[in-house]
Design a protein around this ligand. Sequence first.
Ligand SMILES: [Cu+2]
Length: 273
Amino acid sequence: MSAGARVTSFGALLVAIFALAVLAGRALDPATDAAGSEDHAAPGGAGAHAAGAAPATAGGGLRLVAEPTTTFDPGRAARLTLRVVDAHGDTLRDFEVEQSRRMHLIVVRRDLRRFQHLHPAQDRSGAWTTALTLPDAGVYHAFADFQTGGERHTLGVDLFAGGQFTPLPLPAPSNVAATDGYDVSLRDDGSRLRFAVGRNGRLRTDLQPYLGARGHLVVLRAGDLAYEHVHPVNRDELTFATDELRPGRYRLFLQFRHADRVHTAAFTKVVAP
Ligand SMILES: [Cu+2]
């Protein structure tokens, strides 16, 4: 498939704070059509593959709405219901299969220390639902990643888990990450990010396809949560071409499948100005 690579910038934390205020307004008045103002809040602008700092981010006239609730009890599974609505407020029903699913949902805590990749199911009304557990307190962001009308979109919505929130710093930058007994290494040759998966000191070349690809890489920038989701440039290697990473601190989430299980390895990467 096409690289689909895109990083959209969302301005500063200020925008996120503004977005929270917008959300508060929406909660009081769910009928409010926030698309207009949020178009301007997201520097990505109309037509961009906006991935949002805003609770219901406009992207090509589409926005994501989470109703009836965006608030969850930490550690407790509950139902998340999302709808993609068009400029008229009508629920979008037609989605195209992308990487063997029609909707990918990436949920991260805003400090980028929690990550999950879910696949909601669509009901007849067009709404998408999934069981979701926000593991602990904090503000989270859900990215809905989908394709419609031949175009890929990423829309976002903030989710909340109440309680005492202790933001965690990003781990130190590293080119190695351990997960589930695997050692994953990262080599950045400037234009490509190359990963290798080892276990017990041996390189694993028998990775299984996961959602139609050998691996999935989600790149998120700390602070504004600029988002990019890419797949390997060829079938047999975990080599990815991302958009040029602008200065900032990033968390890279690599997902791969081995021994019939999906594993996630996370790396911190700093790009100097
Ligand atoms: Cu993917």
